[in-house]
Design a protein around this ligand. Sequence first.
Ligand SMILES: C[S@@+](CC[C@H](N)C(=O)[O-])C[C@H]1O[C@@H](n2cnc3c(N)ncnc32)[C@H](O)[C@@H]1O
Length: 229
Amino acid sequence: MNRPAGHRPLRSFVRREGRMTTGQQRALERLWPAYGVDLPEGPLDLAALFGRAAPCVLDIGFGNGETLVAMAAADPDRNYLGVEVHRPGVGHCLLDAEEAEVNNLRVVVADAVEVMSRHLPPESLAAIHIYFPDPWPKKRHHKRRLIQRSFLELAADRLEPGGLLHLATDWKDYAEWMSGLLEDDDRFINTAAPHRYLPDPPPRPETKFERRGLRRGHQVFDLIYQRMP
Ligand SMILES: C[S@@+](CC[C@H](N)C(=O)[O-])C[C@H]1O[C@@H](n2cnc3c(N)ncnc32)[C@H](O)[C@@H]1O
């Protein structure tokens, strides 16, 4: 993504490490060699990373990883790459991955925008999942939202033709924001119908943040857009 030289990028997250349990810390150390990705200088070789060439799904901001692990376990023919900045969540995810005995999952601890722009080749992704991204509800913080025109530019480039961008949120205002940007973008087509959200139930397991939203009485919106060939 092009930014003025020397200008610190505005991030979609605030790094608050939170408390890491001893179990999560130990899991990170013990399981990192099996699941963790140490980023190279340049692009990742996804086939080498997973030990096979297969369609790759990118999950951005997987939180504690329960949904990511469940999806990887249910879909063994595809590779799942999770990117998260919150290390306690990554520790939790690795414990779940070990228990589920998945071997089609790898995780990166980094800003997903950096990973996509610097380490993922064009047309390398079959799908991008972004479930319950931080909503940044205050107007003055909207510029921190992950989904922006510039992000869609990057996503369109990294998705293979026909690849899917799956977004979910329990913030109506963010759902309308995403829908507005995507409906305006002729590289993407709405798999539901123009200006529509996906009908219930969505084709994914429930997530931790989704449960929290539902407990607060929020409605959930899923959007799946296809990258035009
Ligand atoms: C509201 S939580 C949702 C977690 C999970 N997807 C769920 O539904 O339970 C959003 C997550 O996105 C992560 N995140 C936000 N911006 C990110 C970025 N640019 N790169 C990687 N992770 C990011 C945050 O650390 C946080 O864990």
